[in-house]
Design a protein around this ligand. Sequence first.
Ligand code: SF4
Length: 597
Amino acid sequence: MDPLDVIDRALAHHHHDGTRLMQILRETQEVLGWLAPETITRIAEGVGWPRAKVEATAAFYSFFHLRPRGDYCLLWSDNIVDQMAGSQALMQRLCEALWLEPGRLSEDGLAFVHTTSDIGMGDQGPALLVNYRTMTRMTPERVDAMAELIRNRAPLASWPAEWFRVEDNLRRTGPLLGEAFAPGTALSAAWARGPEAQLAEIAAAGLRGRGGAGFPTARKWQACRDAPLEAGQTRVVVCNADEGEPGTFKDRVLLNSYADLVFEGMTIAAFTIGARRGFVYLRGEYRYLLEALEATLQRRREQGLLGNGILGRDGFDFDIEIHLGAGAYVCGEESALIESLEGKPGRPRLRPPFPVTKGYLGQPTIVNNVETFACVCRIAEKGAAWFAAIGTAQSTGSKLLSVSGDVAHPGVYEYPFGVSVAEVLEAAGVRNCVQGVQVSGPSGTTLTGEELGRRLCFEDVPTAGALMVFDCTRDMFEVARNFAHFFAHESCGFCTPCRVGTQINARLMDKIAAGRGSQYDLQELPRLHRLLAGTAHCGLGHSAGNPIFETLTKFRPAYERRLKSSDFAPAFDLDAELSQARQMTGREDRAAHLVEE
Ligand code: SF4
């Protein structure tokens, strides 16, 4: 197809609306393979924005490509759990089979192989994205067969379907997911109550946001409901389905099998705060869910549960659009997410104003997690008293937990808040003694094997819903090093402490890994952690030092055994770096070494 036709079709599909820029770029790239300079120019003209502004958005997101990526772009999930399952060796095997280097397009322009941050498949890795389609459970045999298909330029549609199978692995259900749900029942109950009473019901239920911070949902909604509207404005409901925290995949399961609960929760939120517009911000890694979610939205429109005159009520108008992200973890932060929804680079905004008063296009906006909306739906259906009776005093209801790593049954488990880590791990089948558990991904908490009696709730260990389990054979230093690189990669670069601090963290960890670390470096790491926590602009920077600080505190021998004994050692050992040159020239004499006099 003519590239200009492709671009113009994407522009027309999105009404030449610059706020839909991300979708225009994505749809264009999906057909053309990359975003050439002339493509950017054409899109900029099409939306009436300066070219530099369009290019800035395209350059910000790791899933948009301003250089060719070949016919096959293969991105391996670099989550520590994928690594533990052998992802690095498999990627290397693929590179060797295709005769290419990671991160470089093959000379014939056929394939590009590299890593990407976690893709939300921690329970069925090693996993990768092939042209942004998810592939799970990779093995050496699959890699060899895949290399053959690539060499033969076989279209993805002809690849074995089971390679693309993503399982829910829902191992335990509870009050949220244990019962069938009839679309429309919760919405009807909310309508019967009225918006004020529905808001009071959410407050009485004690619902707190499931994204990790645990902010009371009713308070956020009240602030948005109270925010004045300017002429032509509406309030906006946003479902944060950016689930980018490594080790977390429970929202993926909700969206795949319980989308009605989520969409109906959003519609109840719209009814409660008086919103007419809704978005699901779906992470780019979950591209494979897009068509099914669109179909569910369409069915709900046909059922009178979305669109104009919902439930046959005049004036009850609300609809939901899906906005696909493009591989930027920082977009999980609500103001960065809103920037992205507006077609811009996803950099966190300065606050105030807060999104509840000035969010999407300056309109009052609530941003809630996928699971929060599912809870809203059940509260509307079954009442606040039912919900408040589950869990603990400060953490009502249940929690979905993504369990991965060294367990026999990785997957999603629903438990009432207050459950102990040990109980969850017992259900998941711990294979060996537990050395450590990372709760809530890299930005969360590291527990030792002695702390498994601790409870998952806001009173003890808060969690956004991930448990990554490391048995006694694992190296907790390498776990922290993986996390340090994750943050260095995902920092948006807006503020200096985070942009520089996360890089220094990663380099110090590499230095220690290379056996060149010293006690001085171990003192430097907590200093950096305090600096980041105190000066960074958003939550990413605040928590970037967490995993290093926690593992250094709780697993110090994993660091100590790598150290040189001196107080300070330089990061670069020139003599060691010259060893390859000595080998090639056959020299081992004294003059070929850098020896201190
Ligand atoms: S803390 Fe990091 S991610 Fe957050 S705004 Fe600053 S540079 Fe960006």
